[in-house]
Design a protein around this ligand. Structure first.
Ligand SMILES: *Cc1c(COP(=O)(O)O)cnc(C)c1O
Length: 551
């Protein structure tokens, strides 16, 4: 039982499939953590703050021309899970008072902030769409959302009279929580310490807040590190009552949300060892940034490990694991048929590629050596299932989905794309596929937690040495590595594609027909995954992060 009470801020969380307050990995991580906190029955006293996304995250459909169409999910059943706390707070957006209603998850310490109230007129829709879609000024929409989360979140925990010692930001989005805390602390000093100058108040308040805050940085892709011109931030109201100069000291100008979060924290972590190496490089110039330590993400076993696989593993029943997996595969094949009408074969290898559609993840790498790919299809009957979404404005990402859609028409018995990647679909994919393929351009993947979910079901990882796999991989024992790294980056895609083809043909496919060997690898994979759970991650958060915070 730990004594420190932590408030964890995250744009959303993926806790239940039809509580659609999640997009991808960032939110699923928060959701898995929440489930672990609830399982632990008070061992980890963490309270969570999110936005209640009334229209969820985009559900993407591919039309008959292969175009990716953004739609609203039709099954966002938040009413089922949340109760009204009866409490509200107010934040200023464009100088207008916006009311934020506070909801609570019925069975856990998780609070959701909501502006969808009649009195808010033009601002009801701030909390409609995770990652935007309601305003024709997406940047201002995002800032408004982050004010609701950060500033609104701090005011919410105070209105709820929660006793909080420390604050933790999941990525840079909640950074304005730190601005609000500094603003409050400055008011306190001004009231109680008569001789302090404005500047002394600011410096001391900042120090005070920093000593109590931890930050998790996720992405090493520059576009993932949001920044805004300070004038725009101040127009929307993110500075609360801090001055232009004070904002600039915290986040620079443009004000970078990651830089600000680093400067507002005294402990920070990255989500895998290799990502920490890049993050340190990327932020080395940031003065007043804490050291960034590695706490590799984990996943919630109870959510992601199939029950039958779990029981067989606990009996050390290697054959039983295989049987359990075949059952999961049969279920997945049925789902594939329901979604697409395509009948995949149980006795042919099934490779899953399910992840966000964005440039560095290279959705189409496996098709790059086309003749070799055709050989795999013709000779071995290789089957591929794709799933995943692109962010609304990521045209390159959407292009990947379109390409896969066209290829699924060209190879109708071997390639399918499944729309609406979500928790429920992920559960089936990670347990039912034979191979979990991941081929990001090293070192751009942050962690890749879906690979852990696959691993704990005996679905073997085939991946470039990036994210968590770089520390978990035992090539040929619990999965396979692909790609070489000592190469000029111009040829990275070409060489990685060639190695992927070689590895499939000469290592993966021959093993697939050696049932004994395959079963041993499944067992090793599940054993490896034992270390990649939220049980371990939360323990590390307390021991290696929160433990060093004041308060
Ligand atoms: C686990 C999960 C993710 C994150 O996994 P990555 O390996 O980072 O892509 C994203 N979406 C869903 C639905 C998930 O279950």
């Amino acid at each position: 039982m730990y004594s420190k009470k932590v408030a964890y801020f995250s744009m959303g969380s993926g806790i239940y499939n039809d509580l659609r307050t999640y997009g991808g990995g960032l939110e699923i991580l928060a959701g898995d953590m929440e489930k672990e906190v609830m399982d632990s029955k008070g061992k980890y006293p963490i309270t969570f703050f999110h936005i209640l996304w009334k229209k969820g995250y985009t559900f993407q459909r591919v039309n008959e021309h292969g175009e990716v169409i953004d739609e609203e999910p039709t099954d966002n059943h938040w009413e089922k899970y949340l109760e009204d706390t009866g409490k509200k707070v107010s934040v200023k957006i464009f100088g207008v008072d916006v009311t934020v209603k506070i909801w609570k998850l019925k069975n856990g310490p998780i609070y959701y902030l909501d502006t969808d109230l009649e009195e808010n007129k033009g601002f009801c829709n701030i909390t409609y769409h995770l990652y935007g879609g309601a305003w024709d000024t997406p940047e201002k929409e995002r800032i408004a959302q982050e004010i609701v989360l950060g500033v609104g979140g701090i005011r919410a925990l105070q209105t709820l009279e929660l006793k909080i010692d420390n604050y933790h930001y999941n990525d840079g989005h909640p950074a304005f929580a730190g601005i609000e805390l500094i603003s409050q602390r400055m008011k306190y000093y001004k009231k109680h310490e008569e001789n302090m100058t404005e500047d002394e108040c600011f410096v001391r308040a900042w120090k005070h807040v920093k000593a109590r805050t931890a930050f998790t940085t996720h992405t090493n892709v520059p576009a993932g590190n949001e920044s805004h011109i300070i004038d725009v931030l101040m127009e929307v109201g993110a500075n609360v009552d801090l001055t232009y100069e004070q904002m600039e000291k915290i986040g620079g100008n443009p004000f970078n949300m990651t830089v600000a979060s680093l400067r507002l924290s005294s402990m920070a972590n990255g989500v895998s060892r290799i990502q920490v190496i890049s993050a340190k490089d990327m932020w080395v110039w940031v003065k007043e940034a804490p050291n960034i330590i590695a706490i590799t993400n984990g996943v919630h076993k109870g959510t992601w490990q199939n029950e039958r696989v779990k029981r067989a593993y606990e009996r050390s029943d290697v054959e039983g694991i295989y049987v359990a997996h075949e059952k999961c595969k049969a279920e997945l094949l049925e789902t594939i048929t329901n979604y697409t009408g395509v009948h995949f074969k149980q006795d042919k290898i099934l490779i899953a590629f399910a992840r966000r559609a964005t440039e560095y993840k290279r959705w189409t790498l496996i098709f790059r050596e086309r003749a070799k790919f055709e050989e795999l299809v013709q000779t071995y009957g290789v089957q591929l299932v794709f799933a995943g979404k692109a962010h609304r404005h990521d045209t390159a990402g959407k292009q990947f989905i379109s390409e896969v859609y066209y290829l699924s028409k060209k190879y109708p018995h071997n390639i399918v794309f499944l729309e609406g990647y979500d928790i429920a679909l992920a559960q089936q994919l990670v347990a039912g596929a034979d191979i979990w393929l991941n081929n990001p351009r090293v070192p751009l993947e942050a962690c890749g937690t879906s690979g852990m979910k696959a691993a704990m079901n005996g679905t073997l990882n085939l991946s470039t040495l990036d994210g968590w796999w770089r520390e978990a991989a035992m090539d040929g024992i619990n999965g396979w590595n692909i790609g070489t790294e000592t190469i000029p980056s111009m040829r990275q895609d070409e060489l990685d594609a060639k190695d992927l083809m070689r590895t499939l043909k000469y290592r993966v496919l021959p093993t697939y027909v050696m049932k004994e060997k395959w079963m041993q690898m499944m067992y090793a994979s599940i054993t490896t995954a034992n270390q990649y759970t939220t049980t371990r991650m939360l323990e590390e958060y307390y021991v290696n992060l929160y433990n060093y915070l004041k308060g």
